[in-house]
Unconditional design. Structure first.
Length: 207
C-alpha cells in the first residue's frame, strides 16, 4: 500500500536504502525487485537466488503502533510464502540539513548558459552576478541522478540606455537581488545540472 512519509527528506532516506539493497544483492547475483506486491502485501524489496527468497521492509524510527501492526502483518505473509523476512530501521536525524557543496556553482553556470530569458524582460541587457541564499526544499536521489526542489536569491546586473552605450559598457547599471524557486535535475557523476524549471519572481518589478 502507499505509505505517507514525514517529509521529502525521510522519503529520500527510504528510497536511498532501497537502492542500496538492490545494488548489494544484484552484485551477489540475486534477482532483486522493489515494491513487490503479493498476497495483499507490498514489500519494499524482494531478492531471490535459487530457492532462497528474502523480503525486506524499510522503515524509519521511532515506530508507531500503526507501523508495528503493518510490520507484523508483513512478517506473517512472508512466512506463509516461505520467504525470509528482514526489517531495516533507518534513524531519522532531527532537524536535518541538506547540502550539496557544488550546487551553487553549477546553478550559476546553468543560469549563465541557459537562463538568460528569465531576466531578458527586465532591461536592455542583464547578467547574473552570483547566487545568494539557496535552500533545498526536497530531494530524491538515485544511483547517478538527483531531483531537487529549491528556492533562493540571485543577484543580477541590469543595464539601461542607448544600445551604443551598452555595447561600450557605458550604460546605466543597477544591481538587484531577485527571489527564485523551481526544480532541478542533477547529474551526480559530473556535478552538473542537466535540466531546470526555474521561476524568478519579478512581480514587484512591474508594480
Amino acid at each position: 500500500m502507499k505509505r505517507q512519509f514525514e517529509s521529502y527528506f525521510t522519503k529520500a532516506l527510504h528510497d536511498a536504502k532501497i537502492e542500496e539493497i538492490l545494488r548489494i544483492y544484484r552484485n551477489k547475483r540475486f534477482s532483486a525487485k522493489k515494491n513487490v506486491k503479493t498476497d495483499g502485501a507490498e514489500f519494499d524489496v524482494v531478492v531471490q537466488k535459487n530457492e532462497k527468497v528474502i523480503a525486506f521492509e524499510i522503515t524509519t524510527a521511532p515506530l508507531t503502533q500503526e507501523d508495528i501492526s503493518r510490520i507484523e502483518n508483513l512478517h506473517e505473509i512472508a512466512k506463509s510464502l516461505c520467504y525470509e523476512f528482514r526489517l531495516i530501521t533507518i534513524a531519522n536525524p532531527k532537524n536535518p540539513t541538506i547540502k550539496i557543496d557544488w550546487l551553487k556553482h553549477a546553478l550559476f553556470e546553468y543560469l549563465q548558459s541557459e537562463g538568460q530569458e528569465l531576466i531578458d524582460s527586465l532591461s536592455a541587457s542583464g547578467s547574473y552576478e552570483e547566487i545568494g541564499d539557496l535552500v533545498i526544499r526536497s530531494i530524491q536521489v538515485g544511483d547517478s541522478e538527483g531531483h531537487i526542489s529549491v528556492s533562493g536569491e540571485v543577484s543580477v546586473s541590469l543595464q539601461y540606455g542607448p544600445e551604443s552605450d551598452i555595447e561600450k559598457d557605458k550604460g546605466i547599471s543597477e544591481h538587484e537581488i531577485l527571489p527564485f524557486n523551481g526544480e532541478l535535475s542533477l547529474n551526480l557523476c559530473n556535478n552538473k545540472i542537466e535540466h531546470a524549471r526555474l521561476k524568478i519572481d519579478t512581480s514587484y518589478w512591474y508594480e
